[in-house]
Ligand binder design. Structure first.
Ligand code: PFF
Length: 470
C-alpha cells in the first residue's frame, strides 16, 4: 500500500516536472530518436579507424561480444531507470534511490554521465566540423580524379588550420544549440525519419562500389577473420569502450530518452532493435571502407583520418561522385547532429530543473561552455599536438587533450557508469520495479535477463578493467 502511494506520488511529481516535454508519440518515434543518438560518428568515423588500428577481425569479434553481453543488457537497464524516474538522469537516480530506500550516492551515476557528455560533445563537435567541411569539398569537386596523396594532403591541411577547424566546430555547435533550444520539432523529426534511412541506403551504395572496384575479399576477411595474435589487452578495452560509445550508454543519455517513453512500449524489444541497427551501420561502414584501403595501398591503421582519406578517393573516381560525395558527408553531418543533440539534452534537462533557468538559457550555458572546451581538441590537432597534459602517467603517455577526452570518457567513465547501472538494476532496485518496467513477466525470460545483468555483464566489465590495469 505505501508502495502504491509512493509510486503514485512519484509519478505525479515526475509528470509535473516534465509537462513541457511531450512523450514520444510511438515506439517508432523512440526507436528513431534512440537510433539517432546511437548511430553517428562512432559508427562511420570511429569504428573503422579503431578496427584498423587494432588489427581487424579479432577486435571486431570482441566488439560484437561486448554489444551482445554488455551493451544490450545495460541499454535495457538504463532505459528502464529513465522511464521509472521520469526526469533528468541525476533526478531520476535520486528519485529511484529514494523510492527504494537506497543510498543517495547513486546520484553520481547521473553526475558522472553529465560530465562525460560534456567532454564527449566538446570533441565530437570538432569531428562533426570535419564532416561539414567535407560537404563543401565534395560539392566543389575537390575529390574529382584526386589520388591518395592529394586527398591525404587535403585532410592534413584541414587539421593544420586551427581557424578553419574553429569555424566548422562553431557551425556544428550552433546547429546543435539551435535544435536543442527549440526542442525537437515535429518537422525535425520528420526530416530525420527520411534522412536516417537515406544514410543507410547510401552506405549500401558505397558497399556496392567497394565490391565492384575495391579489394573486397581482403577487406571482408580483414573485418571478419579473427587473428588473435593481433589483439592486445588495450584493444579489448577499446572494444569495450566502443560498445558503450556507439550505443550511447553508461552516461544517462538513454536514461533521459527513456524518461519520455510511454509505459506500454516494450523496452527489451526496443533496445535490441536499436542495437542491431547501430551494429549494422558500423559493419556496413567497415565494408565500404576497408576494400578501398587495401585496393589503394593505404594504411588500415591510419587513425582518425581514415574515412576522410579513403572515401573521397572513391567519390573522386565514381560517376556521380560529386553528388554522392556531397550527399554522403551531408548525411554524416545529420547523423552526427542527432547524436550531438542527445549529448546536450541531459545537461540542458538538468539545468532546466534548477529553478530559474529556461530551456533557452540552459542550452546557451551548456552549449557555449562545450564549444569553448572544444578549442582544446582543435589545438591538439596542430599547435598543441605535442602537449601531453597527463604524460607523467604511463597510461596517458603521448595523449593530447583530444586523445585524453576520448580515452577517459569511452574507456573509463562510460564502462564505470554502465557497471553501476547494471549493479543498480540487477542488485538494488526493487524487484517489483524491475518486473514492472521490463515486461518480461516473472518467468524464465526475466530470470535469464537478471542473471546476465547481475553476473555476466558486471563480470565482463570488471575482467576487462582488471586485465588492463594489471
Ligand atoms: N553513439 C554516438 C556515436 O556512435 O556516434 C556517440 C554518442 C552519443 C556517445 C551520445 C554517447 C552519447 F551519450
Amino acid at each position: 500500500m505505501t508502495d502504491l502511494v509512493q509510486n503514485a506520488a512519484g509519478d505525479l511529481a515526475a509528470d509535473s516536472s516534465r509537462k513541457d516535454h511531450p512523450m514520444w508519440s510511438s515506439r517508432l518515434a523512440f526507436i528513431l530518436a534512440a537510433s539517432g543518438s546511437a548511430v553517428g560518428l562512432g559508427n562511420i568515423w570511429k569504428f573503422p579507424y579503431i578496427t584498423g588500428e587494432n588489427g581487424g577481425g579479432a577486435f571486431v569479434l570482441v566488439y560484437l561480444l561486448c554489444i551482445a553481453l554488455i551493451g544490450i543488457p545495460i541499454m535495457i537497464a538504463e532505459v528502464a531507470i529513465g522511464r521509472r524516474g521520469g526526469r533528468s538522469p541525476i533526478n531520476s537516480m535520486r528519485q529511484l534511490a529514494q523510492r527504494d530506500g537506497l543510498s543517495k550516492r547513486w546520484v553520481w551515476i547521473g553526475g558522472m554521465g553529465m560530465l562525460a557528455s560534456f567532454l564527449i560533445l566538446s570533441f565530437y563537435s570538432v569531428i562533426g566540423g570535419w564532416a561539414l567541411s567535407y560537404v563543401g569539398n565534395a560539392a566543389q569537386g575537390a575529390f574529382v580524379g584526386a589520388d591518395s596523396d592529394t586527398i591525404g594532403a587535403m585532410f592534413g591541411g584541414l587539421l593544420a588550420d586551427p581557424i578553419a577547424l574553429l569555424l566548422w566546430h562553431s557551425v556544428f555547435m550552433l546547429l546543435v544549440i539551435i535544435i536543442v533550444a527549440r526542442g525537437l520539432s515535429s518537422g525535425m523529426e520528420k526530416a530525420i525519419n527520411i534522412l536516417m534511412p537515406l544514410l543507410f541506403v547510401l552506405l549500401l551504395v558505397m558497399v556496392g562500389y567497394a565490391m565492384n572496384t575495391g579489394n573486397f575479399a581482403q577487406g571482408f576477411s580483414f573485418l571478419f577473420q579473427p587473428d588473435f595474435s593481433k589483439l592486445t589487452t588495450e584493444g579489448v578495452l577499446t572494444a569495450l569502450g566502443h560498445a558503450f560509445f556507439t550505443l550511447s550508454l553508461g552516461m544517462g543519455v538513454m536514461m533521459a530518452y527513456g524518461s519520455y517513453l510511454p509505459k506500454k512500449v516494450s523496452i527489451v524489444k526496443t533496445a535490441v532493435t536499436v542495437s542491431v541497427v547501430d551494429t549494422a551501420v558500423a559493419l556496413l561502414a567497415g565494408l565500404a571502407i576497408f576494400p578501398l584501403v587495401f585496393a589503394n595501398g593505404l594504411e588500415a591503421g591510419a587513425g582518425p583520418g581514415l574515412i576522410f582519406q579513403t572515401l573521397p578517393l572513391a567519390f573522386g573516381q565514381m560517376s556521380g561522385g560529386v553528388l554522392f560525395g556531397s550527399l554522403f558527408f551531408a548525411l554524416l553531418v545529420v547523423a552526427a547532429v542527432t547524436s550531438a543533440i542527445s549529448l546536450l539534452e541531459p545537461v540542458v534537462e538538468w539545468l532546466e530543473e534548477q529553478k530559474g533557468i529556461s530551456r533557452f538559457g540552459g542550452t546557451l550555458i551548456g552549449g557555449i561552455s562545450i564549444w569553448a572546451l572544444g578549442i582544446l581538441t582543435i589545438l591538439s590537432l596542430n599547435q598543441w599536438s605535442d602537449v601531453y597534459p597527463l604524460g607523467m602517467f604511463e597510461r596517458f603517455e603521448g595523449k593530447t587533450f583530444f586523445d585524453l577526452f576520448d580515452y577517459v570518457t569511452a574507456n573509463l567513465m562510460m564502462p564505470l557508469g554502465g557497471l553501476a547501472i547494471a549493479l543498480f538494476v540487477g542488485w538494488f532496485m526493487s524487484k517489483q520495479a524491475g518486473e514492472n518496467e521490463l515486461d518480461l513477466g516473472n518467468g524464465a525470460g526475466y530470470r535469464l535477463f537478471m542473471f546476465v545483468l547481475r553476473y555476466i555483464t558486471p563480470a565482463a566489465v570488471l575482467v576487462v578493467f582488471i586485465y588492463n590495469l594489471a
